[in-house]
Write a protein that binds this ligand. Structure first.
Ligand SMILES: *Cc1c(COP(=O)(O)O)cnc(C)c1O
Length: 218
C-alpha cells in the first residue's frame, strides 16, 4: 500500500506547478481491489474513493461506511440510465456524464430526490470508437444542455488513449473547460497524474499505484 508515497508525489507536483498544497483532490480508485487492500488505505486516512460500477460499490461500501466516518465515493465508470437512481443515492460525484439522455435522467432524479452529486462530463479526447465520452466537438453543446437542466456541472473528465502521450489530451480538456467557464478537471491516473497536475488537474484518479496491480481487469 503506497498511499503515502503517492500523496508525497502529488504534493511535489502541486508545488512544481505553483499550486497550493492539497489543492488537487486525490481519488483512490478501489475498483476490483480486495477489501483488505481498501481497508488498509482507509486505515491510512484516505477518505475519497473511486468506483467503476454502481453494483460493486453498493456491495461493499455500506460496510466500510458503517465503520469509517467521512467516506466520499466518486463514480468514475460508465453509467447506465437504469443505475442512475442508485448512483445518486450513494456517490458525491459522477465523472462519466457523456450524453444528453443521461443528463436528462439525472436532472429528473435530482428534482425528485432534492439533491444531485457533483457532475463531470466525460470527453473522448482521443475520439476512440470503443471509449465512452462526448466527442470534443460536441462537448460545448452537452455543457450547455446540462446547464439548461440546472445540473451542477463541476468540470470535465478524460481518459487519454493508452498508447499516446497524455499531455495533448490534458491540454485539450483544459481548453474545452476554459472556454465553457468550468474549473474542474478530472484527469490523470497512476501513470500520468503528475503530468495532469502540471496541466491543471483538480482531481486525479489513482488506482494501481496506491493499491497495487488489480487482480481482475475491468
Ligand atoms: C481504473 C481507472 C482509473 C485508475 O487507473 P490506474 O491506472 O489503476 O490508476 C482511473 N480512472 C478511470 C476512469 C478508471 O476506470
Amino acid at each position: 500500500m503506497s498511499l503515502q508515497s503517492i500523496t508525497e508525489r502529488l504534493h511535489a507536483a502541486e508545488a512544481r506547478a505553483g499550486r497550493a498544497p492539497g489543492s488537487v483532490t486525490l481519488i483512490a480508485v478501489s475498483k476490483v481491489q480486495p477489501p483488505e487492500r481498501v481497508e488498509a488505505v482507509l486505515a491510512a486516512g484516505q477518505r475519497i474513493f473511486g468506483e467503476n460500477r454502481v453494483q460493486e460499490a453498493q456491495g461493499r461500501w455500506p460496510d466500510f461506511q458503517a465503520r469509517y466516518e467521512g467516506i466520499s465515493l466518486h463514480l468514475i465508470g460508465p453509467l447506465q440510465s437504469n443505475k442512475a437512481r442508485a448512483a445518486m443515492g450513494m456517490v458525491d460525484a459522477i465523472h462519466s456524464v457523456d450524453r444528453v439522455k443521461l443528463a436528462e435522467t439525472l436532472a429528473r432524479l435530482a428534482d425528485e430526490i432534492g439533491r444531485c452529486p457533483e457532475l463531470f462530463l466525460q470527453v473522448n479526447t482521443g475520439e476512440e470508437p470503443q471509449k465512452a465520452g462526448v466527442l470534443p466537438g460536441e462537448a460545448d453543446a452537452l455543457v450547455a444542455r446540462c446547464r439548461a437542466l440546472s445540473l451542477p456541472v463541476a468540470g470535465l473528465m478524460c481518459i487519454p488513449p493508452a498508447d499516446e502521450d497524455p499531455a495533448p489530451h490534458f491540454r485539450l480538456l483544459g481548453e474545452i473547460a476554459a472556454r465553457n467557464g468550468l474549473s474542474g478537471l478530472s484527469m490523470g491516473m497512476s501513470e500520468d497524474f503528475e503530468t495532469a497536475v502540471a496541466l491543471g488537474a483538480t482531481h486525479v484518479r489513482v488506482g494501481s499505484a496506491i493499491f497495487g496491480t488489480r487482480v481482475a481487469p475491468v
